[in-house]
Design a protein around this ligand. Structure first.
Ligand code: PXP
Length: 257
């Protein structure tokens, strides 16, 4: 069963190119849902370069599948998450100069803040995932601070120049998955995944969720968002050994073992 969350930030990026009101990410979310997406992911950045507060509120009202809010642990953003209550937050590092999220969250360095954010999100019933590189200390810190899930950063795999280098990164992701599952964490994956490189990541057994944005929205420019989403789901299904249980809104907790 495919478990694809479509990241629709770039729909808002197009809108912001003219600071107008189209295309609306809410319309995009509907298209993804109609194609069978398991969830919608958006990143509310501190600089609001694409998704804005209104988008997150409107998506909360309109998305029937899972709403996954990517965010930093900056206090104003944490307060917004507490007010809007998405189904899940994925905590990411954020650097104003970056083109997209670079590297994983340092859950060791920011352990105390992470613990506080997890506590506050759980108080609202929000599932917490951390976007991390597959290092044991990051996984251990995510588990120790009470996170429900981790999203393994697939950027190093996506950027690998040779098949050997790519397989080395797959090995690291598999080892990370094993350690995370030992620690009782649900395991997601994302960043840099495309129609060309999804197969080897989809083959990793037991990944519960894929967060994919750039590649899907890029293809959608030519074929439409519904078709682009549908094709990615088809590939995840074809190669996938994802957990059998649909990672849906009502089933997100502790089910992907
Ligand atoms: N997961 C996380 C945590 C991200 O920050 C991003 C980029 O916003 C993605 C997944 C999606 O990455 P891409 O756009 O490369 O598919």
């Amino acid at each position: 069963m495919a478990v694809l969350n479509v990241n629709i930030d770039h729909v808002a990026t197009i809108r912001q190119a003219r600071r107008t009101d189209e295309p609306d990410p809410v319309w995009a979310a509907v298209e993804c849902e109609l194609a069978g997406a398991n969830g919608i992911t958006v990143h509310l950045r501190q600089d609001r370069r694409h998704i804005n507060d209104r988008d997150v509120r409107a998506l909360k009202e309109s998305v029937a599948c899972k709403l996954n809010l990517e965010m930093s642990m900056a206090e104003p953003i944490v307060k917004i998450a507490e007010a809007i209550v998405p189904d899940q937050v994925t905590l990411v590092p954020e650097n104003r100069a970056e083109l997209t999220t670079e590297g994983g969250l340092d859950c060791v360095q920011f352990r105390r803040r992470l613990q506080e954010v997890v506590r506050r999100m759980h108080k609202k019933g929000i599932v917490v995932s951390t976007f991390i590189t597959p290092e044991h200390e990051q996984i251990a810190a995510s588990a120790a601070t009470g996170c429900d899930a981790i999203e393994l950063h697939t950027g190093a795999y996506a950027n690998a120049r040779t098949e050997r280098a790519a397989q080395k990164q797959i090995g690291a992701l598999v080892a990370g998955r094993d350690f995370a599952r030992e620690k009782g964490l649900i395991v997601h994956a994302g960043h840099g995944l495309t129609y060309r490189n999804i197969a080897d990541v989809a083959r990793i057994e037991g990944l519960c969720e894929f967060n994919i944005g750039h590649s899907i929205v890029s293809r959608a420019v030519l074929v439409g968002l519904r078709e682009a989403t549908r094709r990615m789901i088809e590939l995840i299904d074809k190669y996938g050994r994802a957990a059998e249980i649909r990672n849906s809104k009502s089933e997100i907790r502790n089910k992907c073992q």
